[in-house]
Design a protein around this ligand. Structure first.
Ligand SMILES: Cc1ncc(C[n+]2csc(CCOP(=O)(O)OP(=O)(O)O)c2C)c(N)n1
Ligand SMILES: [Mg+2]
Length: 571
């Protein structure tokens, strides 16, 4: 029988969704029946990836979206599975990752009125007043499929909203009877549901920003997520290389600007001091950033002219938000930079102005590069995060994908990974830990030929449900390399406490309840769950050798590997 569930699958297939990350339950008989029927009859449907944990399912889909900009589907079980999506919901929303999440609802009838009505005790327990309310403040759109007769329209509309800028997750639900009900095969023309085109800057804003950049002495671009689009990276490179504009990254979560470009002037997160390049800037163009600086610690000069170009400049989903920009503009960063470049090509800044800026900025870039080289070369008998990341960089090709969930080691990883190709560096875009394992699998699914390496704090590794990650990686043939930056606990809450109470009791206490000593056998968990190569290293030379061995294992044996790297410092 052709049911709403069949229509749901057909619509996903028609829209080009490649994967369904599924965690099934009693709400999904219609769907499981339709999937097995499609397989029996040889009809194409998206590939099913069974996820033993919902957070992992959504995180996999986020990884897919971060690499490609396209939405995949996540299927979870009623309110329970929806709640189990947990912090992955925050990450997908903050990252503006398009994902279609679908959950069944408890059956709507209980006396045998309709096929799919209540027949299990849990159906009463899972009937909640507002299931969509669980996710509403994180979703771009939520809706209930109320009839079996317009499933394609609702699925296509949800995907169109998810994939139109600013992108984000969407949530659909349906009662079990609805998904069992008969439907008509309806072919909708997917081209009618394309994402909306990206928006350019208004002409007067192009002129104003170009004029400001032309006369500036120390113009700087600050960005966090412009690199989600490789074409925008190319336009930024053209702008900065051509006209000597510096680039700073603030809590970056994409490869926004090649680190070896002379105008790359560094990146910052929560450092408790002012960034000298930002402090000195007289024109600051913020392009795609949720947190371009921390005003109480690291503000730009009060005299700087600040412009803000963003796919989402109002940040309506962040209640307290402003940056005192002279102009705030909703535009696509690729189009905006292209427009600014065209304008500056036609009316370039004076050569002497550009030469002075270039000289100044490239001097800063070289000094920074020398400092980084010195830091990572320092030989000690302990593994430093700088040394470890340098080993990773040396072992990888330029197109390898690195995911960073290093937390207090975000800076060391970003600086020393030295990425220079768009689409080769990612962080979660949010702050809910446990993203890197699933996201790595999602990216490997989308790019099976590329090496995918997740660098993670030990706490974050535990948050990611490594048993589920490694079962999945073997079951679905997505070998990844994970390296645990093992400092035996949670360093970040210590940093947070001392930043607020620098000389309180906590500053004198030996135990802040943040230590994991003795730690679990992190690599052993992966070996037990998914047959991963498991290596634990405590000395720098062993770390370098282990990374090379692990890379070989992933490439040649198509088997995951986890290196538990003990950093010198214990918490
Ligand atoms: C889901 C979730 N729970 C708790 C936190 C709070 N938190 C922020 S950082 C952190 C510790 C992270 O530990 P680890 O990954 O080992 O990195 P480290 O701080 O040691 O660098 C915690 C618990 C969080 N961000 N997300
Ligand atoms: Mg740690």
């Amino acid at each position: 029988m052709y049911t709403a569930s069949t229509a749901f699958l057909d619509s996903l297939q028609e829209a080009g969704v490649e994967f369904i990350f599924a965690n099934f339950g009693s709400d999904h008989p219609g769907l499981i029946e339709a999937i097995t029927e499609a397989r029996a009859k040889g009809r194409g449907i998206p590939r099913l990836i069974t996820c033993p944990n919902e957070m992992l399912a959504l995180t996999c889909a986020q990884g897919c979206a971060q690499l490609t900009g396209r939405a995949q589907a996540v299927v979870v079980h009623v309110d329970c599975g929806t709640l189990s999506l947990g912090g992955a919901v925050h990450n997908a929303a903050r990252c503006r990752a398009p994902v279609l999440i679908y959950a069944g609802m408890s059956p709507a009838t209980q006396e045998g009125e309709l096929p799919g009505g209540r027949n299990e005790f849990i159906h009463w327990l899972q009937d909640v007043p507002d299931q969509r309310g669980i996710l509403r403040q994180y979703m771009k759109y939520d809706h209930e499929i109320r009839s079996s007769r317009n499933v394609p329209q609702i699925v296509h509309r949800a995907l169109q909203i998810a994939e139109s800028d600013p992108k984000g997750p969407v949530y659909l639900v349906a009662a079990r009877e609805t998904m069992e009900a008969a439907a008509e095969p309806l072919s909708s023309n997917p081209s009618l549901w394309r994402p909306l085109p990206s928006a350019p800057l208004p002409d007067d804003a192009v002129a104003e920003i170009a004029v400001a950049l032309t006369s500036a002495r120390r113009p700087v671009v600050v960005t966090s997520y412009l690199g989600r689009n490789a074409a925008a990276v190319a336009e930024l490179t053209r702008l900065c290389r051509g006209h000597a504009v510096g680039v700073l990254e603030s809590a970056p979560y994409y490869m926004n600007f090649p680190q070896d470009e002379g105008m790359h002037l560094g990146a910052y997160w929560n450092e408790p001091f002012r960034n000298p390049v930002l402090a000195e800037a007289d024109v600051v163009v913020v392009v795609d950033s949720d947190v371009p600086w921390i005003p109480s610690v690291n503000p730009p000069s009060p005299d700087a002219a600040v412009f803000h170009i963003d796919v989402d400049p109002l940040k309506e989903m962040i209640p307290l938000w402003y940056i005192k920009a002279r102009r705030s503009l909703r535009a696509d960063s690729f189009l905006a930079l292209k427009q600014i470049n065209a304008r500056l090509d036609a009316q370039p800044p004076k050569a002497s102005v550009v030469a002075e800026r270039r000289n100044h900025f490239s001097g800063l870039h070289r000094r920074r590069a020398d400092e980084l080289a010195e830091r990572e070369a320092a030989r000690t008998d302990i593994i430093t995060p700088e040394w470890l990341t340098a080993c990773v960089r040396r072992a990888l090709e330029d197109d390898a994908i690195i995911l960073s969930e290093g937390v207090t080691n975000y800076p060391a990883i970003h600086h020393h990974a030295g990425r220079r190709v768009p689409g080769t560096m990612f962080a979660s875009g949010g702050s809910s830990l446990g993203w890197s394992g699933g996201a790595a699998i999602g990216m490997k699914l989308m790019a099976p030929g590329r090496m995918v390496v997740a660098l993670t704090g030990d706490g974050s590794y535990m948050f990611s449900t490594p048993s589920a990650v490694h079962w999945l990686a073997r079951r679905h043939e997505t070998p990844i390399l994970q390296i645990v930056y093992n400092n035996r606990g949670w360093n970040a809450p210590r940093f947070s406490t001392l930043a607020v109470h620098p000389s309180g009791y906590a500053s004198r206490a030996n135990d802040l309840d943040l230590s994991f000593d003795p730690p679990p056998d992190y690599a052993g968990i992966a070996a037990a769950a998914g047959g991963a190569l498991a290596l634990t290293v405590k000395r720098p030379d062993d770390a370098e050798a282990a990374i090379r061995k692990a890379v070989r294992t992933v490439v040649e044996e198509k088997r995951s590997a986890v290196i538990d790297a003990w950093l010198g410092r214990s918490l």
